[in-house]
Design a protein around this ligand. Sequence first.
Ligand SMILES: C[S@@+](CC[C@H](N)C(=O)[O-])C[C@H]1O[C@@H](n2cnc3c(N)ncnc32)[C@H](O)[C@@H]1O
Length: 289
Amino acid sequence: MASPDHTKGSALTGEGTAAAAAAGEGPGNGAQFDISVAHVARIYDYWLGGKDNYAVDRAAGDAALAAYPDLVSSVRSNRAFLARVVRYLVNEAGIRQFLDIGTGIPTASNTHEVAQDAAPDSRIVYVDNDQTVLAHARALLTSSPEGATDYIDSDLRETSTILARAADTLDFSRPVAIIMMAVLHLVPDADDPYAIVSTLVEAVPSGSYLALSHIASDIETQALTEARTRVGQFMPQQQTYRTHAEVAAFFDGMDLVDPGVERVQHWRPGSELDTKRPAALWGGVARKP
Ligand SMILES: C[S@@+](CC[C@H](N)C(=O)[O-])C[C@H]1O[C@@H](n2cnc3c(N)ncnc32)[C@H](O)[C@@H]1O
């Protein structure tokens, strides 16, 4: 079984963020964490080889890995996809503003690092609703002097709050790339994820982009269904995996960038290594006409 590589660590180290919060570090100072149940951001951190996770997160992560060993490869492919997408948006689409929703615990190649490496004047607003991510948000606020970064602690379903607060940093009269990587599977159909995405896309002008990845329900279905069931025994937040057609529907009314909605490892791969990392996520990028 592939296991997470803990030699790399995340942007911040230590036994989880309770220690960081207790030490009075960062904007999460004083935040309370429930470490009796697993959290998706911390499980994902574990799979990425980070250190901001607890025993319950590792137990959930290991249970899922036993059912679908390519999970570690999947999350790394997803991060590599994010970096390629951001580089594409900056270098080929000329985007300088990003709204990254469902950010995750800071790790290597966060959106602002990739964007500002290519264009230092890039402006990035991050959104997440997890206390662990909040506690480490300072690692996301290390902007280049020419650009800007901000962090909004919000549920992505609160679109009006997000858009109002993001306007402090982003100019919504100019193109914005909305990034939603590996987060929409955490929004059940009952909460209408399509309406949430539409509301966000409606708020940005023509020439803006939507980029997202989503765990597939039609790749490795049996193994992934079992992995989801196992993780579900450790955390209350349930997951909805979606088919290629269901993921493509998030881009309705927009112009998909080649090669369309693809497995993330096959979306404009930068190297043979990119294509060789198996991943059970669909990903795509589209321009608002
Ligand atoms: C699987 S991680 C993906 C992280 C990052 N986007 C990536 O692709 O590497 C999902 C992230 O979405 C966040 N998230 C889940 N549900 C959310 C919600 N309703 N509102 C805001 N963030 C949410 C989690 O806290 C977690 O940090």
